[in-house]
Design a binder for this molecule. Structure first.
Ligand code: FAD
Ligand code: SIN
Length: 532
């Protein structure tokens, strides 16, 4: 272990909506806060968010109960209803606070927030900014210099540092000049976002490599629901930038756009009563099945017809610009689209304040599993979750008694970093065998490949961004495949082509022991929740 080089009350790993909300709030409570992020300050998923933030307007007749009902229905029976209600009910206050921090949402001339609809919602409750550039505005407001704690860009978190009794007491980082250093902190907050880069095709930016989940597993934390990876039905086909596919927001369907195949037939007719506005897992599966029918010789995309949407280019400038790169116009052309890995419904198991099962370790945002999303996240519930849980964690950390952690004999997991040579092969394997439609044989192939990558002979690589990401992807891919294997009945985003009853009624909890995933169907207990 290297000598301590920096110290703070709180170290936040990640500078997206969840991390920066937590960091800003913790600083406002008077705590010293350090934020580390492995790339630029706004290189996470947050700035790419399009549709908006789902939040009810009770004055307009909507209610938390109705939002909860839509969330539970999309989540296919696997949400934690108490946690879900708790988070959704805090939405209006969290959005109001974000507006006070400077975020400007779209309003009518009287200043009333405009609200739109996305799949699975039975009310217009999604507030948005810049038409379809909500994430960019959220990121702009949260990265504004005033009130922003010290933020170290290009600092890659490697592992959680632990005291002898297993309490998180800091984080090891790789600095921009390639040396390792350590930051000591009484609270370590993982806010590292998603895992879309596990797959060959994703809407997620390059940083979304499951680092926080891998770090938490190696620190002894429990994860849950990782088998539920949400695929967005409409990523632009043909538009790829640095491993990230452009998104065509679901809000376009909320405004009247329809999905059609090469013969002009509706993709979702007869599939679900809500048609193109069915929950996302239903629409993504319908698109996948239609592609497999090879209509008019097209087996890799369908089309979104947005030509009848009023003022479509003005209302959806981000999508219009991405389509323009392909020489297409929303008001004139059909957009080629296909599903892409988009969102991790599961993650590091937390309680309702963001505590993980490891004392001193917290998780907020997409990296966490709070129970809000179940087997399939309701559209636009994740920015909301990041805002609410970032704030909750900060408040709980500030309220905790100061712990005298033993930092004299700190240890970190002895992680063996893997060479990155097989990263693309692993991503292709995940897409083929762990995407929409999985079976036991294919999941076994994923697990064997992950094992070959993580156990790849003597030595191992030194820590670099490439080797760390390759290691994290293989470990989390193995955990995902283990959970997906254990859940032999399909539900929500988890589509099993060899569907068999498994008797499971709730979540699967997976930890990492002796270099392999251990799957359990019981909630964390005993010492794991002793710090509640
Ligand atoms: P992120 O914003 O992804 O930030 C993660 C941070 O962690 C980054 O700063 C990254 O650099 C850092 N990091 C990662 N690993 C390390 C490491 N090892 N060391 C140091 N730093 C690290 N949700 C909605 O609710 N509404 C929408 O309209 C919407 N649209 C979306 C559109 C797109 C294209 C995408 C990809 C997602 C969309 N989502 C939407 C989902 C939502 O944007 C994300 O779930 C949310 O922004 C995640 O926020 P976060 O703070 O958890 O993580
Ligand atoms: C979208 O705008 O379609 C994405 C919304 C989300 O992922 O919540």
């Amino acid at each position: 272990m290297t000598a301590w080089e920096a110290a703070a009350d709180v170290v936040v790993v990640g500078s997206g909506v969840a991390g920066l909300t937590c960091a800003r709030d913790a600083a406002a409570y008077g705590l010293s806060v350090l934020v580390v992020t492995k790339a630029g300050v706004d290189d996470g998923s947050t700035r790419w968010a399009q549709g908006g933030v789902a939040v009810v307007d009770e004055a307009a007749g909507d209610s938390v109960g109705a939002h909860l009902a839509d969330t539970l229905s999309a989540g296919a029976g696997l949400c934690d209803p108490v946690a879900a209600r708790d988070i959704l009910a805090a939405g209006p206050t969290a959005v109001a606070r974000l507006r006070r921090r400077g975020a400007v949402f779209d309003t009518d001339p009287d200043g009333v927030l405009l609200r739109t609809r996305e799949g699975g919602h039975h009310a217009d409750r999604i507030v948005h900014a810049g038409g379809d550039a909500t994430g960019a505005e959220v990121a702009r407001a949260l990265t504004a210099p005033q009130g922003l704690p010290v933020t170290l860009a290009d600092h890659l978190a490697l592992d959680v540092a632990l005291s002898p009794d297993g309490t998180a007491v800091g984080v090891r980082v790789l600095t921009p000049d390639g040396t390792t250093g350590s930051i000591r902190a009484a609270a370590v907050v993982l806010a590292t976002g998603g895992l879309g880069q596990l797959f060959a095709s994703s809407t997620n930016p390059a940083v979304a490599t499951a680092d926080g989940v891998a770090m938490a597993l190696r620190a002894g934390a429990v994860t849950a629901d990782l088998e539920f990876v949400q695929f967005h039905p409409t990523a632009l086909f043909g538009g790829v930038a640095a491993g990230r596919r452009d998104l065509v927001t679901e809000a376009l369907r909320g405004a009247g756009a329809v999905l059609v195949d090469g013969a002009g037939r509706s993709v979702t007719a007869g599939v679900h009563p809500a048609g193109d506005l069915a929950p996302r897992d239903v629409v993504a599966l319908a698109v996948t099945r239609r592609m497999a029918e090879n209509v008019c010789g097209i087996d890799d995309h369908v089309f979104l017809d947005a030509r009848a949407v009023p003022e479509v280019t003005r209302r959806f400038p981000t999508v219009a610009a991405a389509a323009g790169e392909l020489g297409l116009r929303l008001d004139r052309h059909l957009l080629p689209v296909s599903p892409a890995a988009h969102y991790s419904c599961g993650g590091v198991w937390t309680d309702r304040s963001g505590r993980t099962s490891v004392p001193g370790l917290w998780a907020v945002g997409e990296v966490a599993r709070t129970g809000l999303h179940g087997a399939n996240r309701l559209a636009s519930n994740s920015l909301l979750e990041g805002l609410v849980m970032g704030g909750r964690a900060a408040a709980a950390i500030a309220a905790e008694p100061v712990r005298a952690a033993d930092t004299a004999t700190v240890r970190a997991p002895a992680t063996r970093w893997c060479p990155p040579a097989r990263r693309e092969e692993f991503q292709r394997s995940m897409s083929r065998y762990a995407g929409i439609g999985r079976d036991a044989v294919g999941l076994g192939a994923v697990r064997r490949l992950a094992g070959r990558i993580t156990d790849g002979g003597p030595g191992g690589a030194g820590p670099s961004r490439a080797s760390v990401e390759a290691t994290n992807l293989a470990q989390v891919g193995a955990v995902l495949a283990a959970a997906a294997t254990a859940r032999s009945a399909g539900v929500g985003c988890h589509v099993r082509t060899d569907d068999r009853p498994d008797g499971l009624v709730g979540s699967l909890f997976v930890s990492w022991r002796d270099g392999a995933p251990v799957v359990d169907d019981r909630r964390p207990s005993g010492r794991e929740v002793a710090n509640r």
